[in-house]
Design a protein around this ligand. Sequence first.
Ligand code: SAM
Length: 184
Amino acid sequence: MTKALSIVGSSRSNGEREKDDFYPTPSYAVDKLLKREVFNGNIWECACGEGDISEVFLKNGFEVRSSDLIDRNYGTVENFFEADYVADNIVTNPPFKYALEFVNEAKKKSNGKIAMFLKTVFLESEKRKPMFEDKEFPLKTVYQFSKRVTLYKDGVKMKNSGMIAYAWYVWEKGYCGKPTIEWI
Ligand SMILES: C[S@@+](CC[C@H](N)C(=O)[O-])C[C@H]1O[C@@H](n2cnc3c(N)ncnc32)[C@H](O)[C@@H]1O
C-alpha cells in the first residue's frame, strides 16, 4: 500500500474516513484568490471533491484537470501520490491532516504555481519548516481571510466551521524574494 493510500485508509473501516476528509471550498473563496493571483497555463485540482474549486476556474476560462482519490461523481478517480502527470499549476484544498505531503508532492508535479486553501496554523510546526525554507519552489504569498470562512456541505454548516482561520498559500517555482502576506 502506498503512503497516500495508507494515509487515507488508515482509520477507515466503512468509508467514514473519506466523508470526514471532504470539505468543499466555497466558490467566493476561490473568486477571491483569482482576483489577486495570476495563473498561466492549465490547472490541476488534484483532490477535487465535487469540483467546487474546479468549477470556478472553468468559469474563468481555464483548462482544468480534476481528480480525487474517492469517486464523488466529479473528475477522474486517482490517487494524487500515484498520478503520473505534471501540470502548469496545482490548486486544491487538500485533507488538512496530509497538507504537508500534498504540498511536497505538488512541488514535484507543478511547473508554475501551487495554491492551497489551508488553515492559518499551517505556517507553524517544525515538521513544515524545511518545506517553507525550500528555495526552488518557495512560498510566495499568503492570502489571509480577515473574516472566517464558513464551510457548508449540502447546505449544512460543517462541525467547527467558522471557528477556524483559513488562508490561500501560493508557492511559485523559481520565485526569488521573501514571501508576502496580504489580507482578503
Ligand atoms: C477538504 S476536501 C476538499 C475537496 C475540494 N478540493 C474542494 O475544495 O472542494 C479534500 C479532498 O481530498 C481528497 N483526497 C484525500 N486523499 C487524496 C489523495 N491521496 N489523492 C487525491 N485526493 C485525495 C478527498 O477525497 C476529498 O475529496
